[in-house]
Design a protein. Structure first.
Length: 177
């Protein structure tokens, strides 16, 4: 009977620990209501591109997207841009659109785009880009921050910091299928 009680106590502790672990993971990674609405907010925006021309993001609705929040002063942001360009070119025929949302000044983004052209649009989100990235789940507010969105507007992957190429490629494969 003593061994049985020990096993019962062990089982109870394991079940409680497992439940707490699952609850913690769900709370950490589950999108909040703001994140769910973030794609709708994104599609409602009209942002200037690097040359100052307004771009309505509603034209992105229904497409698989990679939205990359970046800044000219952020070395990891700049380092991943050639890979984002490569992914844009590789998946363009399957409907993918990569969009860079610069959390920076229009002048900085214009100068940057002249020196380092990329194969996807760079839009000026300015300081409002930080708030938008938080709406997409970037609670830390760090850059770069990359979000993969499926055709229905659902966030399927969030990456804070420099992404791993294969991880992002796998996330893209899932949304362009």
């Amino acid at each position: 009977m003593n061994a049985r009680r020990r096993w019962l106590a062990f089982g109870t502790v394991a079940a409680v620990a497992g439940g707490l672990g699952a609850w913690t993971a769900w709370r950490r990674y589950a999108p909040d209501e703001g994140e769910i609405d973030a794609a709708h907010l994104l599609f409602a925006l009209n942002l200037p591109d690097a040359q100052g021309f307004a771009t309505g993001l509603d034209q992105l609705r229904g497409k698989p997207l990679v939205v990359n929040f970046w800044a000219t002063w952020c070395p990891p942001c700049v380092e991943e841009m050639p890979e984002l360009s490569e992914l844009q070119q590789q998946y363009r025929d399957r409907g993918l659109q990569v969009v860079g949302l610069g959390v920076d000044s229009p002048d900085n983004i214009r100068k940057f785009s002249e020196q380092r052209p990329v194969a996807y649009p760079l839009l000026v989100a300015g300081a409002g880009g930080s708030e938008l990235s938080r709406r997409f789940g970037n609670r830390a507010g760090g850059l770069p921050y990359t979000v993969v969105i499926d055709r229905s507007g659902r966030v399927t992957r969030r990456i804070i910091g420099r992404f791993k190429y294969q991880d992002l490629r796998d996330a893209i494969e899932a949304v362009v299928a």
